[in-house]
Design a protein around this ligand. Sequence first.
Ligand code: AMP
Length: 197
Amino acid sequence: MLGEVAANEVINEVILLMGPPGAGKGTQAKLLAEARELSRISTGDMLRDQVARCTELGRQAKKVMDAGELVPDRLMIAMIRYELEHMVPTRILLDGFPRTTAQAEALDCLLAEHGADITAAVLLEVGEEELIRRLSGRALREGRSDDQVETIRRRLEVYREKTRSLVDYYQKRGRLRRVEGLGAVGEVCKRIDEVLP
Ligand code: AMP
């Protein structure tokens, strides 16, 4: 997923892409990473890769993901720590991490160890009806096992319970950038680009 970069290189740009499930984070993250030459770290993709390879972590993660819950913080933080320590890229786009306050605090510490800070936390905003419509459509098209109706509902609840508070977290630090997530893919991508330095 990441190119190998000498471990002593400095991290000088860290962009977070946040938003509820179905907001288009994955699609926008890929476009943004390409356009700005950022190394994309998607925790969802990393977990799906573990599931596909039938590793022990994948086996545990699949149960949690299929239930619409979050994988425990200690596992997620360890995954990100590993990425940052072993393949230190200089410009990073985080897609799907952090999702809890504990993860956000751990990320601040990990970045501080590399003398880095968050450049911007982009929040993709999409109303709940539209989210359900999109996620149900994706279930039919892609057959993702966590896109079943009950799981969709639970993932949205988990977002409200655990992840939404990160909006305040980054707002207080002056890092939050809100972006309307409704519209054509290219249009949303342009909006994101405009709020970034
Ligand atoms: P995503 O592709 O980002 O929607 O992630 C799919 C699923 O992977 C989520 O519903 C969670 O179960 C799990 N997951 C991904 N990222 C995280 C994270 N940062 N913390 C906990 N669980 C995660």
